[in-house]
Design a protein around this ligand. Structure first.
Ligand code: M6R
Length: 607
C-alpha cells in the first residue's frame, strides 16, 4: 500500500505535494518522492525514509512549478532505497509515474523493453510503465497511457506526468484507490481524501477502469477506451483524523475492511491457472521432495497463522511440521537439522524473539523461509527465501489483515509444495485454486454482516470470561479469536481444542458464560455438536460460527453466525473475520482504546 498525491493549478506544487504526502504516511514510509516539470524537463527529488527527508532536500529551493506528482512508498518489488523510490522515469526523462499497486506481468514487460534498449534503474515493477510510455508516445500522452495500461496485469492507481504535455496529469485506477479533488483553477489527485482536505472537500472517487485527465481548469473522466463517463461529486464531511482512517472510526476497522484487497494482492501474480509461482522462493524441487521436516516459528497472531499452516502443510504436502513460539524455540534445544526448513512468520519482520529464533536456525544451518509484510525488514534481510504478504501497513496493534494474508501465504506454499511432491492430485489442486480465488468476494459478504456481530458483541461485552472452542483448523482460528478479544477489550478470553473441554475447562462453564463455538469443519462437525451440547448442559451461552446452509446447528446454539463455505485449507481465513469484528465491537462497548491497547506495542523489538 503506497500513497499518491498530485497537484495542478495556480499554487507552487511542491509544498502541496509534501504536505499531502505527510498526511498519507500511514500508508507507508519506506521512501518518498516528488516530480515536477522544471525548465521543460522532469525534475525529481526522492529519497529512502520518510517524506521529511525529501522536504529537507527541497527546502529553500522555491521551485516555481504549479504541477507535480508525489508518492509515499510501502515497498513491494525492490527494497526501500533512493533508486527504488517513486516517481519513476523513462530513459529520456520525459515521463514520470507514481504507482500504488502491483504490476504482475512486469518481468515479461521489462524483458521486452530491455530488448528494445531501455535501461532500467530500479528493481521495481513500476518502472516498466515510464519506459512503455517512452516507447508508445507519439504526441498524445492520453493515447499513450491508454495503450500502456492495456498491457498491464495487476492492480494500479497511477499518476502520470510528462514534460511533453505539462498542462495535465493523467490518472488511472484499477483495484487501488484514487480520488480526484476538485478546486477553483486547481485540481488534485490523491490515494485518499486526507491528503487534500485542506484544499477541497469535493471529490470524484474513481472506480475500476476509470481514467482521469486533470488540468488546472477541469477534469475529464473517461473509461479505458476513451469514452466519457459521469461520476457523482462526493462531498466529504469527515474531519481530517477520521479521513486518515478512510472514514472508519479506527484503523482496526479500516484494516478489517481492507482484507479483500489484501488477499487479492497477496495472491496476485502467484496463483497461476494451474500452479503456484513464488518468485522469491528458490528451493529446488529436489530439496522440496526430500524435506524431512518443517519448523514454524513466530509470536502472537503470526504464531496462530503458523498453527493453521501446520494443518495445511501436513495435509497438502505431507511434510511433518512443528510450530514453536519464537520466544521458546532456542531455549528448548530443538532437534533441528541443517536439512530441515524453518518458516519464520512475522508481520513487522522486526520481532526480537522471532529474529533470535531465526538466527538460532541459521546457526544450525537450516534454510529459512520468511513470511513477512515488510520489505527490507530484518527477517526479510536474513532469510534465504521470502513470501511477502501484500497486506499494506498495519497500524492497529491488533493484527487482522496480516493474519489472513499470512494464512493465505501458507496455503499457497502448501499447495506449491504439494504439487512439487505429488501429494495432491489435479482435482484437489483445482478445487483449491477455485476456492482461493473466491476468498476476497466471500470476505466481502462477511464484512456486510458486521452489524449482526455487533449485536452479539453488545450482549457479551459485560461478561468477565469468554471461551472459544474449535476442532482441527477451527482450533487455530479459535486461538486467534481469543487473542484478539483479550488484547483489545481486556476481557478474559481463552481458546481450547473443543475435545479438551471435558478434561478441565468445562468446570468454568456456568450459567450464561459465553462460548464461541467454531463449527465449520465437516469432518469433525458431529464431535463439535457434542461439545456444544456439553456447554449447553452447563447453561453456557453458545455463539456458533457455522457454514451457510447448516440449519442444524441453530437447534443447539443460542446464536449462529453464518460464513460462506470454502475448502478446509482456506477456512481459517473466513472464520476469523467475525471474530475480529467481535473483538472490535466488544472493545468499543467496553470503552477501550481499540487501536492502541494498554501495555502493548505494534512491534515488539525487545526480548
Ligand atoms: O510483527 P509480528 O508478526 O512478528 O508480531 C508478532 C506479535 O507481536 C503480534 O502478532 C501480536 O500478537 C499482535 N498484536 C496480535 O494482534
Amino acid at each position: 500500500m503506497c500513497g499518491i498525491v498530485s497537484y495542478i493549478g495556480h499554487r507552487k506544487a511542491v509544498p502541496v505535494l509534501i504536505e499531502g504526502l505527510e498526511k498519507l504516511e500511514y500508508r507507508g514510509y519506506d521512501s518518498a518522492g516528488i516530480a515536477t516539470v522544471l525548465d521543460g524537463r522532469i525534475w525529481c527529488e526522492k529519497a529512502v525514509g520518510r517524506i521529511s527527508v525529501v522536504a529537507g532536500r527541497v527546502e529553500g529551493k522555491n521551485i516555481p512549478s504549479a504541477v507535480g506528482i508525489g508518492h509515499i512508498r510501502w515497498a513491494t518489488h525492490g527494497r526501500p532505497s533512493d533508486i527504488n523510490s517513486h516517481p519513476h522515469t523513462d530513459c529520456s526523462g520525459r515521463f514520470a509515474v507514481a504507482h500504488n499497486g502491483i504490476i504482475e506481468n512486469f518481468a515479461e514487460l521489462k524483458a521486452e523493453l530491455q530488448e528494445k534498449g531501455h535501461e532500467f534503474k530500479s528493481q521495481t515493477d513500476t518502472e516498466v510503465l515510464p519506459h512503455l510510455l517512452e516507447e508508445l508516445y507519439q504526441g498524445d500522452l492520453v493515447g499513450a497511457v491508454r495503450q500502456a495500461v492495456a498491457r498491464l496485469e495487476g492492480s494500479y492507481a497511477l499518476a502520470i506526468l510528462s514534460s511533453e504535455e505539462p498542462d495535465k496529469i493523467v490518472a488511472v485506477r484499477k483495484d487501488s484507490p484514487l480520488v480526484v479533488g476538485l478546486g477553483q483553477g486547481e485540481n488534485f489527485l490523491a490515494s485518499d481524501v486526507t491528503a487534500i482536505l485542506e484544499y477541497t472537500r469535493d471529490v470524484y472517487i474513481l472506480e475500476n477502469g476509470d481514467m482521469a485527465v486533470i488540468t488546472a481548469d477541469g477534469v475529464q473522466l473517461t473509461d479505458r477506451e476513451g469514452l466519457p463517463i459521469q461520476r457523482e461529486i462526493f462531498h466529504v464531511e469527515w474531519d481530517p483524523v477520521r479521513a486518515e482512517k478512510g472514514g472508519y472510526d479506527h484503523f482496526m476497522l479500516k484494516e478489517i475492511h481492507e482484507q479483500p484487497r489484501a488477499l487479492c494482492d497477496t495472491m496476485a501474480g502467484r496463483l497461476k491457472t494451474d500452479h503456484v509461482e513464488l518468485a522469491e522462493v528458490s528451493i529446488s524441487p529436489e530439496t522440496i521432495k526430500a524435506l524431512p521436516k518443517i519448523f514454524i516459528v513466530a509470536c502472537g497472531t503470526s504464531y496462530h497463522a503458523g498453527m493453521v499452516g501446520k494443518y495445511v502443510i501436513e495435509k497438502l504436502a505431507r511434510i511433518p511440521v512443528e510450530v514453536d513460539f519464537a520466544s521458546e524455540f532456542r531455549y528448548r534445544d530443538p532437534m533441528l537439522k541443517p536439512e530441515d526448513l524453518v518458516i519464520v512468520i512475522s508481520q513487522s519482520g522486526e520481532t526480537a524473539d522471532t529474529m533470535a529464533a531465526l538466527r538460532e536456525a541459521k546457526r544450525v544451518g537450516s534454510r529459512i523461509l520468511a513470511i513477512t509484510n515488510v520489505v527490507g525488514s530484518s527477517v526479510a534481510r536474513e532469510a534465504d527465501d521470502i513470501i511477502y504478504t501484500w497486506a499494506g501497513p498495519e497500524i492497529s496493534v491488533a493484527s487482522t489483515k496480516a493474519y489472513t494474508t499470512q494464512v493465505l501465504s501458507l496455503v499457497m506454499l502448501a499447495l506449491y509444495f504439494g504439487q512439487v511432491r505429488g501429494t495432491i492430485n489435479h482435482e484437489e489442486a483445482e478445487e483449491l485454486f477455485t476456492a482461493l480465488r473466491l476468498l476476497p468476494e466471500q470476505v466481502e459478504t462477511i464484512l456486510e454482516q458486521a452489524t449482526a456481530i455487533k449485536t452479539i458483541a453488545d450482549k457479551i461485552a459485560q461478561n468477565e470470561h469468554v471461551f472459544f472452542i474449535g476442532r482441527s483448523i477451527d482450533h487455530g482460528a479459535a486461538l486467534e479469536g481469543a487473542l484478539k478479544l483479550k488484547e483489545i477489550s481486556y476481557l478474559h478470553a481463552e481458546a481450547y481444542a473443543a475435545g479438551e473441554l471435558k478434561h478441565g475447562p468445562l468446570a468454568l462453564i456456568t450459567n450464561g458464560v459465553p462460548v464461541i463455538a467454531l463449527a465449520t469443519q465437516d469432518d469433525v462437525y458431529d464431535k463439535m455438536l457434542s461439545n456444544i451440547q456439553e456447554v449447553k448442559a452447563r447453561e453456557g451461552y453458545v455463539i456458533a460460527v457455522a457454514n451457510e446452509g447448516n440449519e442444524d446447528v441453530a437447534n443447539f446454539a443460542d446464536e449462529v453466525f453464518y460464513i460462506p463455505r470454502t475448502v478446509k485449507a482456506a477456512s481459517a481465513i473466513l472464520t476469523v473475520i467475525p471474530l475480529q469484528f467481535l473483538a472490535y465491537y466488544v472493545s468499543l462497548a467496553r470503552g477501550c482504546d481499540v487501536d492502541k491497547p494498554r501495555n502493548l506495542a505494534k512491534s515488539v523489538t525487545v526480548e
